[in-house]
Every structure is written in C-alpha cells, then in structure tokens.
Design a protein around this ligand. Structure first.
Ligand code: NAD
Length: 254
C-alpha cells in the first residue's frame, strides 16, 4: 500500500512545475488525485497519463483566484472521489520588478492568485474534510517568506502571508483532526524558477551560477519539493502541525 492510500488529494497548480511532480507522486503513493489548474494548462494530459499508469486522477479546471471556479472544481473532485482529505495549496505566480514601478492591479492580482486562492480553496475543502474526520493541508510558501529577494517586494509579501496562513489554520483546526503545514522551497528548476532568474538578472541582481552555488549548491528539483509535501500530507507527519518545512539546502540557514 502507498503512503497516501485511501486519501483523496486536491493539488492546485497540479499540471505544471512542482505541482505536476506532486500529482504524479501522490498518485503513485495511492491517492486519488484531483488536479486543479488553469483551463489552458496540461491538466487533462497529466490526469490521462496518471490513469494510463494505473493511478486515479481527474482534471478539474479553475483559476484558483476566482471563488466560483474554485467551488466548482472542489465539487467536481468530491463528486468523483469523495471527501478531500489532502489539500495541496500549491498554485502561485511570480512578479519581479522595482517596487516603485509596481502597479496596483499587479499587486492585487498577485495577492489574489497566491493568497486569496489559499483562503478560497481551504474554505471550500474544509467542510468535507471535517465531515470525513480530518485531513492534511499543505501550503506552498517559499524562502521568500523569510529572506527578501531584491526586486520582489510584492512576491515576498504574498509568501509571507502564505507562511502565516498555514500556521494560523493549524492553530484554529488542530482540535478537529486537521493539520496544516507549509513547504518552503528555494529556487526550483521549473518555469517559475527560470523566469525568476531571467527577471532578476534584468535588474542587475547576481543570479550567476556562482551566486546560486554559494547559496544553495544547485537549483532544487521539483521532485524534492513533491517529496517534502508527500511527507506532510501523509500520516507519517501525524504530529507535525503548523510548521514550515524548508527545502532549500541551507539557503535560509546561512
Ligand atoms: P510553475 O510556474 O512551474 O507551475 C505553476 C502551476 O500553477 C502551473 O501549472 C500554472 O498553470 C498553475 N497556475 C498558475 N496560476 C494559476 C491560477 N490562477 N489558477 C490555477 N492554476 C494556476 O511553478 P512552480 O515552480 O511549481 O511554483 C509553484 C509554486 O511554488 C508557487 O506557489 C511558487 O510561489 C512556489 N515556489 C516556487 C519557487 C521556484 O523557484 N520555482 C520557489 C519557491 C516557491
């Protein structure tokens, strides 16, 4: 039996980057997986590939910042598989640029996709999770929640919010069988990570291999984030609650 057998997992941003690695890994570990991602994403293909490998997965398209889309995606996953017992709040986007050039609509959009999404998704999933007797929520924070990167005031602010959201949900619901933790990756070799390095170098921030190596040794592999999320999602982490698991090879330790 897999480490998530008997669980129903919803993974937001599950069609790309680390979310894709988590969709594949959670399915291999026996979870029934609801992949929530943008309609234009590869969600359908990813779900079909998991099914072709003997796993169980469906694609439920949604923009995670839009309440009505979140609730229909959650309902679709519940209708297919039953109550959601693992929620991986992973979808998120990046913004890089000088603070004084940040426009209000960009600020609102990043807050909506990175932070409001966690509120909407968690609120939609919790009633079913509570009725099922409990579950595990994992939120994707970042090293950016505690270590500010130049040119990323907006992004860092959203991740600071994700960081505390995970802890505050844990405190409010720990007496009802709900655990909520955050996974906090360093620079990951995904589209997001690569865009970030290109964006930062445009503004003269040193993201040379040497600079990254001094901090981290190398970019984080999406699978390494998925493995950390798997642990937090599984019953192996039964007494791990309200915590932040850094996957950053000492980035924040030095
Ligand atoms: P990615 O850009 O490779 O993949 C993100 C996925 O989320 C994509 O499939 C995309 O379609 C989906 N998505 C984007 N906006 C969405 C929306 N509004 N609704 C639904 N789905 C949406 O990114 P990744 O590297 O896997 O990063 C995802 C998460 O990891 C984010 O929360 C990000 O802040 C965090 N993170 C990334 C890094 C990094 O270096 N890549 C580091 C730390 C934290």
């Amino acid at each position: 039996a897999g480490r998530l057998s008997g669980k129903v997992a919803l993974i937001s941003g599950g069609a790309g980057g680390c979310g894709l690695a988590a969709s594949e890994l959670f399915a291999r570990e026996g979870a029934k997986v609801g992949i929530v991602d943008l309609p234009r994403s590869k969600g359908e293909e990813v779900a079909a590939a998991i099914r072709a490998n003997g796993g169980e997965a469906i694609f439920a398209p949604a923009d995670v910042s839009v309440s009505a889309e979140v609730s229909s995606a959650v309902k679709a996953v519940e209708a297919a598989f039953g109550a959601i017992t693992v929620l991986f709040n992973h979808a998120g986007i990046l913004a890089v640029g000088p603070f004084l050039e940040t426009e209000e609509d960009e600020w609102d959009r990043l807050m909506a996709v990175n932070v409001r999404s966690m509120f909407l998704m968690t609120k939609a999933v919790l009633p079913g999770m509570l009725a099922a007797g409990g579950g595990s929520i994992v939120c994707t924070s970042s090293i950016s929640a505690v270590a500010a990167t130049p040119m990323e005031v907006l992004y860092d602010t959203t991740k600071g919010a994700c960081h505390m959201f995970a802890r505050a949900i844990a405190v409010e619901f720990r007496d009802r069988g709900i655990r909520c933790n955050a996974v906090c990756p360093g620079f990951i070799a995904t589209d997001h990570g690569k865009r970030e390095l290109v964006g930062l170098s445009k503004y003269g921030v040193d993201v040379s291999e040497a600079a990254i190596a001094a901090q981290q040794g190398r970019m984080c592999d999406p699978k390494e984030v998925a493995n950390a999320a798997l642990f937090l999602a599984s019953d192996e982490a039964s007494f791990v609650n309200g915590t932040h698991l850094f996957v950053d090879n000492c980035f924040t330790a030095v």
